[in-house]
Design a protein around this ligand. Structure first.
Ligand code: GLV
Ligand code: MN
Ligand code: MN
Length: 395
């Protein structure tokens, strides 16, 4: 089937009529719909699908055992995200396999198409949840304690999707991942050619800032009598922006929760999540320290409290030079670039699987937004590039 047809089918699933975006949290109805679409596509191609205890999937073309070359990505999204982040890698993998079959290519080792669950962590707060659990870097015990914003536990979400939570844990699928190549839309404006190859993923982390204050009346409480955690938070958000600029890094408060969230009351508590990223670990650590210092000083002035809790930290990933250079070679000297976005490919690389990434040009650089976009010609170049890479790795 052509990439265009597959893409039109897949990208119709769960698109919001209001924003044009997608909200496919792990194991949610829209994410399940996309997953069932994927399973139908695999069945139509006679691929044999293996799943693990948390719901990661690999659909195999070729022999039913032994390590193979795995590609693919994820079908979940951020809240009101774009069409490309994740699904482009899965749909391109199906199209690349179709292309190789049409050419009569016979793989020397199995080729697998993976769909890994809750990569964005938009529902349970933990990025790359499926691959972290699969790789054993997040224990089943910790994973199963996670709850979504509505208080639904991971175990309940799994049961709702027909998955037995007792199976959550390190995944047998990893043993079959001889190599892994993830194709992904580029998420900045760093790529000017249609297709590029990743060098590294910046270290990054999510840190929960809990600002405590004193609830009080908005009309009767003198300004100088307040202990307002919103003020401490507001100054912290400005400090984060300034410190990230000074360090050439990234800092974002994209999510806050206010208690009790009333218009006519000074809040009692503000919880805000900092997403911080930098090109190297030392810069990331000093960025977090600088933001925390300014927030603490401001809390002292405001008479508020501050607690900083790391929710997830992802180390720098330097993709193995051998894999990277092999892809560059196959693709006639495609450009190589780092990324500030996290990926399951980083988790699998850390787990010792020879891993590489292909990027497809993003003309605006916009991502994690309904406006995320790639030109069809570039997506087709991505499919060709992926097919060439699979052919090389699976010969
Ligand atoms: C995932 O795309 C992330 O970088 O947060
Ligand atoms: Mn993403
Ligand atoms: Mn992604």
């Amino acid at each position: 089937m052509s990439f265009e047809t597959l893409w039109a089918d897949e990208s119709a699933i769960g698109r919001s009529p209001d924003t044009g975006g997608y909200t496919r949290g792990g194991w949610s109805p829209t994410e399940r719909e996309a997953t069932h679409w994927f399973l139908d596509q695999c069945a139509a191609r006679g691929l044999s699908v293996e799943s693990d205890g948390i719901g990661n999937l690999i659909a195999w073309w070729g022999a039913s055992d032994g390590p193979g070359v795995v590609t693919g990505s994820h079908l979940d999204s951020v809240i009101d995200g774009g069409a490309f982040d994740g699904p482009l890698g899965v749909v391109s993998a199906l199209a690349a396999v179709d292309q190789l079959r049409a050419e009569g290519f016979e793989p020397g080792v199995p080729i697998g198409i993976g769909a890994f669950v809750e990569e964005e962590g938009s529902r349970f707060g933990m990025p790359c949840l499926g691959s972290r659990v699969a790789a054993g870097v997040l224990s089943a015990e910790k994973a199963l304690q996670l709850t979504d914003r509505g208080g639904v536990r991971l175990s309940e979400a799994l049961e709702g999707a027909g998955i037995d939570p007792a199976g959550v844990g390190p995944s047998p699928l990893l043993k079959r991942m001889g190599t892994f190549v993830e194709l992904h839309v580029e998420q900045g404006r760093g790529l000017t050619a249609p297709v590029g190859v990743a060098s590294s993923i910046w270290p990054h982390g999510r840190f929960r800032f809990t600002f405590g204050g004193e609830a009080n009346h908005a009309g009767t409480t003198l300004m100088e009598d307040r202990h307002d955690p919103m003020l401490t938070y507001a100054m912290t958000a400005l400090a984060a922006n300034k410190q990230a600029r000074l360090a050439g890094a990234r800092a974002t408060f994209g999510r806050i929760s206010v208690e009790p969230n009333g218009t006519n009351a000074v809040p009692s508590q503000v919880t805000a999540w900092l997403d911080a990223r930098a090109a190297d670990t030392a810069t990331l650590e000093s960025l977090l320290a600088a933001i925390t210092k300014q927030a603490t000083e401001r809390a002292e002035r405001d008479g508020t409290t501050l607690e900083v809790t790391p929710e997830s930290v992802s180390p720098i990933v330097d993709f193995p030079a051998g894999m990277r250079d092999r892809l560059v070679n196959v693709l006639d000297g495609a450009p190589v670039l780092p990324t500030g976005a996290g990926h399951d490919a980083g988790v699998f690389s850390d787990a010792g699987i020879p891993t590489a990434m292909l990027f497809v040009r993003n003309p605006t650089g916009i991502s994690h937004s309904p406006a995320e976009y790639a030109e069809m010609d570039d997506c087709l170049a991505g499919v060709d590039a992926l097919a060439a890479v699979l052919k090389d790795l699976a010969q």
